[in-house]
Design a protein. Structure first.
Length: 328
């Protein structure tokens, strides 16, 4: 038996049969082509992910709108915007009277599948009720609620305030806020009273429930100094009734406390501002490029273009100005 001779057999392979290796130039060209393809593909992937996040955010607003209708039907009218502070009770007589520190979002807990947390809060009737085995401060206000968070907001990782200013890092944020002109009482004589409205879906919207904004988006942490822990950094905390941190819009003041009597011409919202360098906490903000998700009083959800006029936005945020909104 004749064994193969490696050198002789290799030499017998013709030029057409030999495998040809890539040259360095060809390899670099291939790498460059792959880089270009990845560069073209990446924006499309990012766009698809943002579209999915926006859909989830829109669904959150829808669920909150339905919860508002349910609590309105159950209790006779919508919850007051906030208590005077997190340490003070609500003073408006009726089904919301006497509970300390609650916001609209605290009242909504049993209607967004958080009944256990709500029941716990009601044992002591305060947002400072301890929560066993909870992170952060270990109380009601420190628990992040998934439905209250927009996945596109990058300002507050983990759902907690991203600043130590005001101790906000111990409070859970929310990315949705309530319209002061709807949930407040703008004609009341004192700031505390102005925060405690009693609107009814069936009676409080002369301009029409389909043309009145009740919910909009806000960043969880919002500043303009470039320094997260700067004292000027504010935010939106879902269960905080204290100045600067209330989950509201249309107050038009960074203090989130209405200093004058009367309905506001709601300040225009911001579209995708930098959360710590260019964020105005006196306004609503959307993290979605070009569009703000809003909830209307009829329970519907729409995306309103960032290019809408300030006049149109202000009219949509006033439930009874009698002005024609037009196309938007």
């Amino acid at each position: 038996m004749t064994l193969p001779h490696p050198l002789r057999d290799r030499a017998s392979i013709g030029p057409a049969q030999r495998q040809r290796a890539f040259t360095l130039v060809e390899l670099l060209v291939v790498i460059a082509i792959i880089g270009v393809l990845v560069g073209l593909l990446l924006p499309a992937v990012q766009s698809a992910r943002e579209a999915a996040r926006r859909i989830q955010c829109k669904n959150n607003v829808k669920q909150l709108g339905l919860a508002l209708h349910t609590i309105n039907d159950a209790r006779g009218y919508l919850p007051p915007l906030t208590a005077p502070t997190s340490r003070d009770p609500l003073l408006h007589r009726g089904p919301y009277f006497g509970v300390t520190g609650f916001t609209v979002f605290t009242w909504l807990l049993p209607y967004v599948e958080e009944s256990a947390l709500y029941d716990l809060a009601m044992t002591q009737r305060t947002v400072y009720t301890p929560v066993p085995d909870a992170g952060g401060a270990g109380v009601i206000y420190s628990v992040p609620i998934s439905l209250y968070l927009c996945p596109s907001d990058g300002s507050s990782p983990g759902g907690m305030g991203a600043t130590t200013s005001g101790g906000a890092n111990q409070w859970a944020v929310g990315n949705y806020a309530n319209n002061y002109n709807v949930f407040g009482n703008p004609t009341a004589p004192t700031p505390d009273q102005r925060m405690q409205g009693s609107s009814q879906i069936s009676q409080s919207f002369p301009d029409g429930t389909s043309k009145t904004v009740v919910l909009a988006e806000r960043y969880g942490t919002c500043g303009s100094s470039g320094v997260p822990d700067d004292s000027s950094t504010n935010g939106c905390l879902w269960s905080d009734s204290n100045n600067r941190w209330r989950p509201v819009f249309c107050v038009n003041e960074t203090s989130q406390t209405p200093s004058t009597t009367g309905y506001t011409a709601c300040s225009m919202f911001q579209v995708s501002p930098d959360w710590i360098r260019n964020c105005d906490s006196s306004r609503a903000q959307t993290p979605h490029p070009g569009v703000m998700n809003i909830g209307l009083a009829d329970g519907s959800v729409r995306g309103i273009d960032g290019g809408v006029s300030e006049t149109t936005w202000a009219r949509l945020c006033h439930p009874a100005d009698g002005q024609v909104v037009g196309d938007w």
